[in-house]
Design a protein around this ligand. Structure first.
Ligand code: HEC
Ligand code: HEC
Ligand code: HEC
Ligand code: HEC
Length: 156
C-alpha cells in the first residue's frame, strides 16, 4: 500500500492507543462497578454518597416549628399559609447556628415580588392581591402596617 494511505492509519491507531492509556489513569476506580442496571453501570459509585451528603438548603416549616411555634401557627392560620417561611427569610440551612445568615428583610421589594401590580388578568390578581407600588402608602415599609405572618388586607 502507498505511504500516504498508511500514515493516517498509524496516526489513528496511535490516537486510540493514547486514549486507552489515558483512560487507565483518568477513570476513577469506582466507575461502573455497580452492576448493569438502567444506566448500564455508567456512573461513579461514590457519586451516590456525594448526593446523599449534599446539604439541603431549604428545610421547610416543619423544622422551624420546633423553635418558632408561634410564627408557624400564625402563618398557617393566615392568607399567607401557602407562602413558605424561607421564601421570605432565605434558606435556613445553617440556621440557627449562624443566626445572621437569616437576615430580616423589611424592604418593600420583598413583598412586591408577589404583590406588585403587573396588569395581569383578573384571575391572577385573586391569587395574590396586587397593589400599585407608587400609589399604596409610598415610602413606608409594608410591615409597619401589615403583619407578614398574618396579613389581613383591611388593616387600619
Ligand atoms: C433549633 C432552633 C431553631 C430552629 C429549628 C429555627 N430557628 Fe430561627 N432562630 C432561632 C434562634 C435561637 C434565633 C435567634 C434568637 C431570636 O431572634 O429569637 C432565631 C432567629 C430567627 C430569625 C430572626 C433572625 C434575625 O436576623 O434576627 C428568623 C427570621 C428565623 N429565626 C427564622 C427561622 C426559620 C424560617 C426557620 C425554619 C427554616 C427557623 N428559624 C428554624 C432558633 C431556631
Ligand atoms: C411574607 C413574608 C414572610 C413569611 C412567609 C415569613 N416571614 Fe418571618 N418575617 C417577615 C418580616 C418582613 C419580618 C420582620 C417584621 C418586622 O420587623 O416588623 C419577619 C420577622 C420574623 C422573625 C423575627 C420577629 C418575630 O416575629 O419573632 C422571626 C423569628 C420570623 N420572622 C420567623 C418566621 C417563620 C418561622 C416563618 C414561617 C412559619 C416566617 N417567619 C414566615 C417576613 C416573613
Ligand atoms: C411568595 C409570594 C408572597 C410574598 C413574598 C408575600 N405575599 Fe402577601 N400574599 C400572597 C398570596 C398568595 C396572598 C393571597 C392569599 C389568599 O388570598 O388566599 C397574599 C395576601 C396578602 C394580603 C391580603 C390578605 C387578605 O386578607 O386578603 C396582604 C395584606 C399581604 N399579602 C401582605 C404581604 C406583605 C406585607 C408581604 C411582605 C412582608 C407579603 N405579603 C409577601 C403571597 C405573597
Ligand atoms: C400605612 C400603612 C400601610 C403600608 C405601609 C402598606 N399597607 Fe397595604 N394596606 C393598608 C391598608 C389600610 C389596606 C386596606 C385598605 C386599602 O386597600 O387601602 C391595605 C391593603 C393591602 C393589600 C390588600 C389589597 C386587596 O386588594 O385586598 C395588600 C396586598 C397590601 N396592602 C400589600 C401591601 C404591601 C406589599 C405593602 C408594601 C409595599 C403595603 N401593603 C404597605 C395599609 C398599609
Amino acid at each position: 500500500m502507498k505511504w500516504h494511505v498508511l500514515r493516517p492509519l498509524w496516526v489513528a491507531i496511535g490516537l486510540v492507543a493514547a486514549i486507552l492509556v489515558a483512560r487507565l489513569f483518568l477513570v476513577p476506580d469506582d466507575f461502573g462497578i455497580h452492576g448493569r442496571n438502567f444506566t448500564y453501570g455508567f456512573y461513579r459509585l461514590s457519586n451516590v454518597q456525594e448526593w446523599k451528603d449534599f446539604p439541603v438548603k431549604y428545610q421547610g416549616r416543619e423544622t422551624c416549628v420546633e423553635c418558632h411555634e408561634e410564627n408557624v401557627q400564625s402563618l398557617n392560620n393566615s392568607p399567607h399559609a401557602a407562602v413558605e417561611c424561607e421564601n421570605c427569610h432565605g434558606p435556613g440551612v445553617n440556621h440557627p447556628d449562624v443566626v445572621e445568615l437569616l437576615p430580616i428583610d423589611t424592604t418593600r421589594e420583598l413583598c412586591l415580588r408577589c404583590h406588585a401590580s403587573l396588569g395581569y388578568p383578573h384571575s391572577a390578581r385573586e391569587q395574590a392581591p396586587q397593589i400599585s407600588n407608587r400609589m399604596h402608602k409610598r415610602r413606608r415599609e409594608c410591615s409597619e402596617c401589615h403583619n407578614p405572618h398574618k396579613p389581613q388586607g383591611d388593616e387600619t
